[in-house]
Design a protein around this ligand. Structure first.
Ligand code: NAD
Length: 493
């Protein structure tokens, strides 16, 4: 069995406590991951702090060149990273390649660092006085990431943190931890010095040690809402900068004038791609008027032809869920939906399953109401709930009453409806005839309400602000000659 190690200061470090890592398509254990103690975390923070002292002095031009090399290495190793993702996460190989590509975009954005880090300079703001501003790195930054994007989410954080001059400690999900070590190899090969990118595996013990460590300056977290809230509160109370992205319940409003073939394709890929384990998956379709009567039969047709199996096999459309417990939890929600009176147009539990993999077929519910658990909770599986409302106003009311606000979409051919929706919806990322609006790396990613705790969205321009702090220097080189010292508060004359 494969033994996974921490990577601290470029060196492998073993641990005493371990967890099993599964291949969810086979249901078998493929590796053992160490779960760090507070002492291991402390060692990583000290190592990163030492590395930071010299890394922050490396020229911006050199950091930029390293990012260009890293970008090429990520491209060259896309299939290697994707194979690891599929083996431990279960998503299809193509989907995993797409994930690596979306992470790589952030490395590309980090290549523009010299331009992004430029400060302002104003001449002669008072007689012989100039002002310039700069942004400087924070120190040791930690990134705590979820299982569902084991490469993309670490790449949402680490290239930006490191390019801006910080040292970084990644605490990946303990369920699919191996990709983080190939990333560590690529960072090292690109020329990032030992100790600037470190990997510490673990569970709550490791996370809490990072949140409380006095030398961790900033924490970026992506995961479920209860943990995001805990991370935000604990890290903020310890005086750290923190951004904590949480869970989601993404709604897609379908107006009666929408192109229903496009709607059915969008719903199928968005709700069931990656077995619904995407933070931007659409899990609620809000049918305005009779839209559902026309898109439900089309989605049902598409589900009948989906191939569910091992993500490494050609032709697989949907892989397994991450663990047996999670599969059973999702299946329990399907049961509760039926009991609550929703109509199971397609029931994923009917799909025959061979072997021990954590598979569950796709489920499509009609006639779901806002008081049902399948509407209220984030299920994070291949389950789509259709809620019917009479008007756009009521669709907006439903979406805006929901405590999550990651993404929301509207499908319509009516520009007025799209405009009203974009302006009024309380979500951080909005799609108009686009089901999973994950912004490109030169915009930032983040939700509203219970989908994000903190002020800053992740990657893009907001990452420059998050991973640096501002400084303004006011300077004068020709000192005035005065009869008496000016005792007043300078007015800038
Ligand atoms: P999770 O919250 O269980 O775990 C996330 C990280 O927190 C992991 O590294 C884990 O080890 C750690 N952790 C777990 N429990 C903890 C605890 N009690 N105390 C401290 N740390 C703890 O999330 P997950 O199951 O890995 O990922 C799925 C969740 O992530 C979903 O809710 C999904 O919506 C969310 N997600 C959100 C986004 C976003 O951008 N908003 C992106 C991806 C995933």
């Amino acid at each position: 069995m494969h033994e996974i190690e921490h990577r601290i200061g470029g060196k492998p470090v073993t641990g005493a406590r371990h967890a099993d890592v599964y291949n969810p398509a086979l249901g078998t254990v493929v590796a053992r991951v160490p779960l760090a103690s507070a002492e291991v975390v402390d060692d990583a923070v000290r190592t990163a702090q030492t590395a930071f002292e010299s890394w922050r002095r490396v020229s911006v031009a050199k950091r930029q060149r390293i990012m260009f090399t890293l970008r090429d290495l990520v491209v060259r190793h896309t299939d290697d990273l994707a194979r690891i993702i599929t083996t431990e996460h279960g998503k299809t190989f193509d989907d995993a390649r797409g994930e690596v590509g979306r992470g790589m975009e952030v490395v590309e954005y980090a290549c523009a660092l010299p331009e992004l880090l430029k400060g302002d300079h104003s001449l002669n703001v008072a007689t012989d006085v100039d002002i310039h501003s700069m942004r400087q790195p924070l120190g040791v930054c930690a990134g705590i990431t979820p299982f569902n994007f084991p490469v993309m989410v670490p790449l949402w954080m680490s290239p930006m943190a490191i390019a801006t001059g910080n040292a970084f400690i990644l605490k990946p999900s303990e369920r699919d931890p191996s990709a983080s070590l190939l990333l560590a190899d690529l960072f090292a090969e690109a020329g990032i010095p030992d100790g600037v990118f470190n990997v510490v595996h673990g569970d709550k013990v490791a996370v809490d040690a990072l949140l409380q460590h006095p030398d961790v300056a900033a924490v970026s977290f992506v995961g479920s809402t209860p943990v995001a809230k805990h991370v935000y509160e604990t890290a903020a109370a310890a005086g750290k900068r923190v951004q904590a992205l949480g869970g989601a319940k993404n709604h897609m409003v379908v107006m009666p004038d929408a192109d229903m073939v496009g709607v059915a394709d969008a719903l199928t890929s968005s709700a069931y791609g990656s077995a619904g384990e995407r933070c931007m998956a659409v899990s609620v379709a809000v049918s305005v008027g009779d839209a559902a009567d026309r898109f439900i039969p089309l989605v049902e047709q598409r589900l009948a032809s989906l191939s569910v199996g091992n993500g490494l096999d050609d032709g697989t459309d949907m892989g397994p869920l991450i663990t047996r417990e999670h599969r059973d939890r999702v299946s329990g929600y399907v049961e509760r939906g039926v009991e609550a009176g929703a109509t199971a147009v397609v029931d994923g539990r009917d799909m025959p399953v061979d072997g021990e993999g954590f598979f569950l077929g796709p489920t499509l519910f009609d006639n779901v109401s806002a008081d049902m658990d399948i509407y209220r909770d984030e299920i994070f599986g291949p389950v789509l709930a259709v809620v019917r409302v009479p008007s756009l106003e009521q669709a907006l009311e439903l979406v805006n009453d929901n405590p999550y606000g990651n993404g929301a979409a509207i499908f319509t051919e009516n520009g007025v409806a799209a405009n009203i929706f974009s302006a009024e919806v309380t979500a951080g990322m909005v799609g108009v005839n686009v089901p999973i609006p994950v912004p490109l790396s030169f915009y930032s990613f983040g939700g509203w309400k219970n989908s994000l705790f903190g002020d800053r969205h992740i990657y893009g321009p907001e990452a420059i602000a998050f991973y640096t702090r501002g400084k303004v220097v006011t300077s004068r080189w020709r000192l005035p000659r005065q009869a008496r010292p000016d005792m007043g508060f300078s007015t800038g004359s």
